[in-house]
Design a protein around this ligand. Structure first.
Ligand code: ATP
Ligand code: MG
Length: 259
């Protein structure tokens, strides 16, 4: 059974998609069967994996709305163990079309249940909002991964996110846990980055991943080539840090760890 991670923060541009794409690639490179699901109508994860979002017959939207079989939505990638279910702007329709449907928060969970046996990890890239798509991702997930950009106001809005997690844990998904807080775009030369890291550690303690993701130009460039950083510049510090994160996650729930 796959372990499902929802990568979410309602703040925009904090590194959700960069983390989803590159963590997925790094898990797959470690020979874990991995599925990346693009749950954002912006479809940056789709583009970042080199898929032309204008040129898709079927996307996640068709899986959620039309009952398309998940296995038919899988796209292979240049990394053997990595597959993706892409999206495009059509996914915006999901919220409106589900308006009067009961159980609308669990549609993604039901959809993924048919795929869980095929994978070790499923990563859900969320939009920058706490809308119905994000609620669906949180309802389907075993764990939340929260990217936190090392900038002023980084922690602002987090209490709203934590409230939402608590609400979901009390109702829709009792097994949801915080898989970790990931510090992104860390710049070791600035006091601000260190300050945000300290604040996060004081507040969230060992929920903060030991791995931090540095600000790295190569990470910003890779999506325009439609590639995860591992296939663009494997030696870069950005690539190395996501490999490190993947190892940390693999060891979190390895059969050897006692918890
Ligand atoms: P959105 O909320 O719009 O979905 P997001 O949270 O998914 O955004 P990303 O798209 O991953 O954020 O990142 C925002 C921008 O910052 C992108 O241009 C991305 O390439 C860049 N970026 C992300 N992480 C890094 C990093 N560690 N170093 C340099 N650039 C980065
Ligand atoms: Mg994104």
């Amino acid at each position: 059974m796959a372990r499902i991670f929802c990568i979410a923060n309602q703040k925009g541009g904090v590194g959700k998609t960069t983390t989803a794409v590159n963590l997925a690639a790094s898990l797959a490179a470690a020979e874990k069967r991995t599925l990346l699901v693009d749950c954002d109508p912006q479809a940056n994860a789709t583009t970042g994996m080199g898929i032309d979002k204008q040129d898709l017959d079927a996307t996640l939207y068709h899986g959620l709305i039309g009952g398309a079989d998940g296995t038919q939505l899988l796209h292979s990638t240049d990394i053997e163990a990595l597959q993706i279910i892409p999206s495009n702007v059509e996914l915006i329709g999901f919220e409106v079309e589900m308006m009067d449907t009961s159980g609308r928060e669990s549609v993604l969970r039901t959809f993924l249940s048919g795929l869980q046996d095929r994978f070790d990890y499923i990563l859900l890239d969320c939009p920058p909002s706490l809308n119905l798509l994000t609620v669906n991702a949180m309802t389907a997930a075993d764990a939340m991964l929260i990217p936190l950009q090392c900038e002023f106001y980084a922690l602002e809005g987090l209490s709203q996110l934590l409230q939402t997690i608590k609400r979901i844990q009390q109702g829709l998904n009792t097994r949801l846990e915080i898989g970790g807080i990931l510090l992104t775009m860390f710049d070791k030369r600035t006091n601000l980055s260190h300050q945000v890291a300290e604040d996060a550690q004081r507040y969230f303690k060992d929920l903060v991943f030991a791995t931090t993701i540095p600000r790295n130009i190569r990470l910003g460039e890779a999506p325009s080539f439609g590639k995860p950083i591992l296939l663009y510049d494997a030696a870069s510090i950005g690539a190395q840090s996501y490999i490190h994160l993947a190892n940390e996650i693999i060891n979190q729930h390895s059969p050897l760890s006692v918890s």
